[in-house]
Design a protein around this ligand. Structure first.
Ligand code: DMJ
Length: 562
């Protein structure tokens, strides 16, 4: 395959950056036009004036709208990009700007930023609709698609985002597809965790937001088809299920499952039981939590990454991370506790103990600037490696503090939020790599290093997810400005002109970030949803007193106390 041409990217250039001869040529053109105008007859001049007047009236709304968008984008771009120095300094400088100017910008930016997210969604949706409709994922450069489960994954993951963003037309056409085309009676292997968080979670939340039982019926159908995964000797589920045949199995090379996967399906199955009044779903996932709660092999509440489906024991012990394969275990301890009305004490105890475990074993500061980060532990050896996935943690810590957990969780959330933002802004594209390593030695010149193999960006949501929580709880405007900057960088380096956004291979090369030709479903399910919510000041747009987001950003109701 040919490497995709660079013209596939939209890059934004603002007027005024042009050549030095601009004024002279303008003057010359003005004089020449005036000469030609004088040569016309009176009738010809009147006709031209009438024509110009009619055109002006017809194009007035479109032109003013475009000018408004360009003007505000230009202001924001100038405000955020053109100043040198670390972000903290920039914020201080911004506050000093003349007061009336700030009022105009703030008023406009709130609305404009949300409109920019809607625009990004529409652009992503256009690519999906034109080239991948009804398939799992868009391949925007080759204008085709890829299948994972063959279940319209992107469309289902995006349903509640369209509802929340107010994209009624797009929502209706997707709903029509769900009603007419979506069937789970298919001979396909699906991953239990991925299909639970994206499909079951997406359908349940769309049901709650819309009240349309179409989505509940579909949720019941997929939920019941996933249940064979729990038929194992230990009741710890297998990773894969054939939803047509009703059979389940572990991956080919092992009888282990991933700890994060078996402990991050609970919010969805518990909710399915509540809605259907059928207890088997909740019972199956509660059994997993009960066993993991009691297991040996934890370190201060931190869990290993694998668990065996035959004997129910942790395997590959001694490695502790808040990143891949363990991340959402911690998230779901807190969120199940919130979902159930803060009554299930074991969940809370495990969560609080784990956060202490993070503080005691995984938390360090980088050099030279002292960024707080969460590293990994491998058989007693500390590694300053942090996955982008860990950036869910500031948001989760903040959510816990909002729900009455210790205030120092919020302090830590703020410090980690700054670090996650630096993982973006210190890269040449302003987009975070998948994995970073922090320098800890005195005399280092930069805090963050990136290995060659870790330079990709998959359009992941964790940082903007945390920005959303931090802004909701603190109302500190800087979190929105950070989110706006990240959105602009996605637009600059990952937007494909014919529709869609693409993962990239190299966040350190702004000239050629090397597109991967894939738009992950979570870009629509999570990244754009959290950005939109970050830019909304309405606390009732998915109130955090009424909803808890699953790990794929699908809001599920907090259960009423009775
Ligand atoms: C999503 O599927 C979920 O957020 C999951 O918890 C982690 N991986 C992706 C996004 O990065």
């Amino acid at each position: 395959m040919h490497p995709p041409s660079r013209q596939d990217y939209i890059s934004i250039n603002f007027a005024g950056q042009g050549s030095g001869s601009y004024n002279n040529s303008k003057q010359w053109r003005r004089q020449s036009c005036w000469r030609k105008w004088k040569q016309l007859s009176r009738l010809q001049r009147s006709l031209i004036l009438v024509l110009l007047f009619i055109c002006g009236i017809a194009s007035y709304p479109a032109v003013t709208e475009q000018l408004r968008v360009v003007y505000v984008a230009h202001l924001s771009q100038r405000k955020l990009s053109n100043k040198r120095g670390p972000p903290v300094l920039q914020n201080r400088l911004q506050k000093k700007e003349n007061a009336s100017n700030t009022v105009v910008e703030d008023k406009a930016s709130d609305t404009i930023w949300r409109e920019a997210v809607q625009e990004a969604f529409r652009h992503a949706w256009k690519g999906y609709k034109d080239f991948a409709w009804g398939h799992d994922e868009l391949r925007p450069l080759s204008k085709s698609y890829s299948e994972w489960f063959g279940l319209g994954l992107t469309l289902i993951d995006a349903l509640d985002t369209m509802w929340i963003l107010g994209l009624k037309e797009e929502f209706e056409e997707a709903k029509t597809w769900v009603a007419a085309e979506l069937t789970f009676n298919k001979n396909v292997d699906v991953n239990l965790f991925e299909s639970t968080i994206r499909i079951l979670g997406g359908l349940l939340s769309t049901y709650h937001l819309t009240g349309d039982t179409l989505f509940l019926d579909k949720a019941k159908d997929i939920g019941s088809r996933l249940m064979p995964a729990f038929n194992t000797p230990s009741k710890i589920p297998y990773s894969d299920v054939n939803i047509g045949k009703g059979t389940a199995h572990p991956p080919r090379w092992t009888s282990d499952s991933t700890v994060a996967e078996v402990t991050s399906i609970q919010l969805e199955f518990r909710e399915l039981s509540r809605l259907t009044q059928e207890p088997q779903y909740q019972a199956a996932v509660a059994e997993v939590m009960k066993q993991v709660h009691k297991l040996d092999g934890k370190l201060d509440g931190l869990v290993p990454m694998f668990i065996n489906t035959n004997n129910g024991q942790f395997t590959h012990q001694g490695i502790y991370t808040l990143g891949a394969r363990a991340d959402s275990y911690y998230e779901y301890l807190l969120k199940q506790w919130i979902q159930g009305g803060k009554k299930e004490n074991e969940l809370l105890e495990d969560y609080l103990q784990a956060i202490e475990g993070v503080k005691n074993n995984l938390l360090q500061k980088s050099s030279p600037n002292g960024l707080t980060f969460v590293g990994e532990l491998s058989h007693g050896q500390f590694s300053p490696k942090m996955d982008h996935l860990v950036c869910f943690l500031p948001g989760t810590l903040a959510l816990g503090a909002y729900n009455g957990l210790p205030a120092d969780h919020m302090d830590l959330a703020k410090q980690l939020m700054e670090t996650c933002y630096q993982m973006y802004i210190q890269m040449e594209t302003g987009l975070s790599p998948e994995i970073v390593h922090f320098n800890m030695h005195q005399g280092s010149t930069r805090d963050i290093e990136v290995k060659l193999a870790d330079r990709h960006n998959l359009l992941r949501p964790e940082t903007v997810e945390s920005l959303f929580y931090l802004y909701r709880f603190t109302k500190d405007q800087k979190y929105r400005e950070w989110g706006w900057r990240i959105l602009q960088n996605f637009n600059k380096y990952t937007k494909v002109s014919s529709g869609g956004y693409t993962s990239i291979n190299n966040v350190r090369d702004p000239d050629y970030p090397s597109p991967r030709d894939k738009m992950e479903s979570f870009f629509l399910g999570e990244t754009l949803k959290y950005l939109y919510l970050l830019f909304s000041d309405d606390p009732n747009l998915i109130s955090l007193d009424q909803y808890v987001f699953n790990t794929e950003a699908h809001p599920l109701p907090i259960w009423p106390s009775n």
